[in-house]
Design a protein around this ligand. Structure first.
Ligand code: ZN
Length: 134
């Protein structure tokens, strides 16, 4: 199983965050994950401002397409996990399995289609790992 993180980072575009600072954050994230035996296979981000009209800003399809292309995947091979309904709408464009995190919603998960709503990130991880063990 590969794990990637995709996100928007408009602070780069407006100079509130430098590439060096972003790299340092990612380095710390990698160190923190490694403490628990985890890792990321990739970081994908849009460095543009909201109204830049770029193709890579989430929930647009650009980053999703890039992830699928980079790892030579089919959309059905990718499980999207997000707490943002807007971001989920972008993922739905690919008809890919989708887990949405919503602490206010009733938890439901269909292991066969790998879609559903989980109340917490940890619950979503449990669903993903249970599916991976099948
Ligand atoms: Zn962008």
């Amino acid at each position: 199983m590969r794990v990637v993180l995709a996100f928007n980072e408009p602070a780069l575009a407006v100079g509130e965050l430098s590439a060096r600072e972003l790299n340092e954050r990612h380095r710390k994230l990698a160190i923190g994950l490694a403490r628990f035996g985890g890792h990321l296979d990739g970081l994908f981000f849009c460095p543009h401002v909201i109204d830049a009209n770029c193709g890579c800003r989430i929930p647009g399809p650009g980053l999703y397409r890039e992830i699928i292309r980079r790892f030579a995947l089919e959309p059905a091979d990718v499980l999207f996990l997000s707490a943002s309904e807007e971001d989920c709408a972008g993922a739905r464009a690919f008809s890919a399995p989708l887990l949405r995190i919503d602490p206010t919603a009733e938890e439901r998960y269909d292991a066969r289609s790998a879609t559903g709503v989980c109340q917490s990130f940890m619950s979503a991880v449990d669903c993903i790992l249970a599916r991976a063990d099948e």
